[in-house]
Design a protein around this ligand. Structure first.
Ligand SMILES: [Fe+2]
Ligand SMILES: [Fe+2]
Length: 470
């Protein structure tokens, strides 16, 4: 393990200074990244002082430093988790040494995996670039920027892999990562959820709850990879991701808490500019379903090959929770539409790797929704938020060409059309939510549609000046 070099132009723990060719290449990419940040990163706030966390190493407990930073001066670094002694622990090559270089025959598949993951990082920053203008509190504004700079760092982590291990192809991919634009018709981002606008803070909190959480599961399965630099890189990214998902889970939780308080007082949330429960439910339905699509088809030979070759493991594969690390002996039950009913099919487990990862994700989302509902119940509210079925509103996988209601029942096109406005956000919902998005900039104060945080950042009080405007 090489030492952490924080003084370098690009902070790192990968001994960059002793690889002159790589260092030069990354130092050439750095100003282009900064240009991208200025053009597509958060609007208007580049001269303000933001109280931010910066990764300064990978040691347990002491990996981050908090201080006021102007975002363009953020120290985006390259940090890989400490190496551990291990051999390949799943797929066809169990027991063989892990790879520190890319095996030739896996080059294309691995590059595609890395580029697809990498593309989501700048995409989300682009999607969120206008939200600073309507932050419901200073601390929320700071959280947004924290998430944004860290997605920028994740891009760095992936670009390091592309430059180091994929030669000229990798360098081209690194350029293209700064050229695609979220939602752009000519040069869109790769995955659909990352081309959808994040118009409001309700979208942002749903995105960080559901879409960032897809990221967690993708990163976790790459953290099992036999290609060790990828495994170590994604392991460390997960450390930062935890805060992003917390931002979402607590954010939606605080929205619901505020709504719950009003309902308990017998008030209509809309009468005071807060969020009605049925509207929040529609946003949950939309972001949860679009995020499920990111897992790809439930039945996938591509996923089977990535598993077999040791590129992508199951969730927590390394914890020894699976009896059969080759995943050859079992089958996966999948309900597939046939005519106007669902029929149970069995597919070989390896082909169901996306489906399995999706199941782990859904279980996690269920836990979060229950937590929100327990809070509503404590406030005396009878209504709840429900996670829709995994078949609802899908555009990828076995359910994509069919219509299902949120309960997961197969329905007709007419049925869908007659009910879609009560299931997914309408234009009127979006306009209402937009009308509630008024910035609050006084330390410790919150917009009327959301409850306060329960704790501050880095043990600071809630009324700390998390953003100092110049
Ligand atoms: Fe990320
Ligand atoms: Fe994230």
């Amino acid at each position: 393990m090489s030492a952490v070099d924080l003084e370098a132009k690009i902070p790192n723990n990968v001994d960059l200074k002793n690889d002159k060719r790589l260092l030069r290449a990354l130092e050439k990419w750095q100003p282009k990244f900064r240009e991208w940040w200025k053009e597509m990163g958060p609007s208007d706030y580049n001269t303000d002082q933001i109280y931010l966390r910066t990764a300064v190493g990978v040691g347990k407990g002491g990996w981050a430093h908090f201080d006021y930073v102007k975002m363009p001066d953020y120290r985006w670094g390259i940090f890989l988790a400490e190496p551990v002694e291990r051999t390949i622990h799943f797929g066809d090559n169990i027991g063989s040494p892990i790879w520190n270089e890319v095996p030739g025959e896996m080059r294309n598949r691995l590059r595609r995996l890395i580029v697809t993951q990498a593309d989501t990082e700048p995409a989300s920053v682009e999607q969120q670039r206008l939200l600073g203008d309507t932050a419901p509190s200073l601390m929320d504004m700071r959280s947004l920027f924290q998430v944004n700079v860290e997605e920028g760092r994740h891009l760095w982590a992936m670009v390091y892999l592309l430059h180091t291990y994929f030669g000229a192809d990798g360098r081209d991919e690194a350029e293209e990562l700064l050229e695609r634009r979220s939602g752009n018709a000519d040069k869109p981002r790769i995955l659909e959820a990352f081309n959808k606008p994040i118009e409001s803070w309700l979208d942002f909190f749903c995105f960080t709850t559901f879409t960032d959480r897809d990221g967690k599961y993708q990163l976790a399965s790459l953290a099992e990879s036999s290609f060790d630099p990828l495994a170590r890189s994604t392991q460390f990214m997960l450390t930062e991701e935890a805060y992003h998902m917390q931002t979402g889970e607590n954010g939606v939780g605080r929205v619901l808490h505020r709504t719950g308080e009003l309902l308990a007082e017998g008030k209509d949330p809309k009468s005071v500019g807060a969020m009605p429960l049925d509207l929040v439910q529609r946003y949950v339905n939309a972001w949860f379903s679009v995020s499920m699509d990111l897992f790809g088809g439930e039945d996938s030979t591509n996923a089977a090959e990535s598993f077999a070759s040791g590129l992508k493991g199951r969730y927590r594969e390394g914890d020894g929770i699976y009896k059969d690390p080759k995943a050859l002996a079992q089958a996966y039950k999948l309900e597939v539409p046939e005519g106007n009913r669902l029929v149970e099919q069995e597919i070989p487990l390896r082909r169901a790797m996306n489906g399995l990862l999706l199941d782990a994700y859904i279980a996690d989302c269920k836990r979060i929704v229950s937590r929100w509902n327990r809070d509503l119940e404590r406030l005396g509210v009878k209504e709840t938020i429900e996670l829709p079925s995994k078949r609802f509103h899908r555009h990828q996988g076995v359910y994509a060409d069919f219509d299902f209601n949120p309960a997961g029942e197969l329905i007709s096109k007419d049925d869908w059309a007659a009910n879609v406005d009560s299931w997914l956000p309408t234009q009127a919902d979006r306009e209402y939510v937009a009308s509630c998005m008024k910035p609050v900039r006084e330390p410790g104060k919150y917009a009327n549609w959301i409850g306060p945080h329960s704790v501050g950042v880095n043990e600071q009080p809630l009324d700390f000046e998390y953003v100092k405007f110049h």
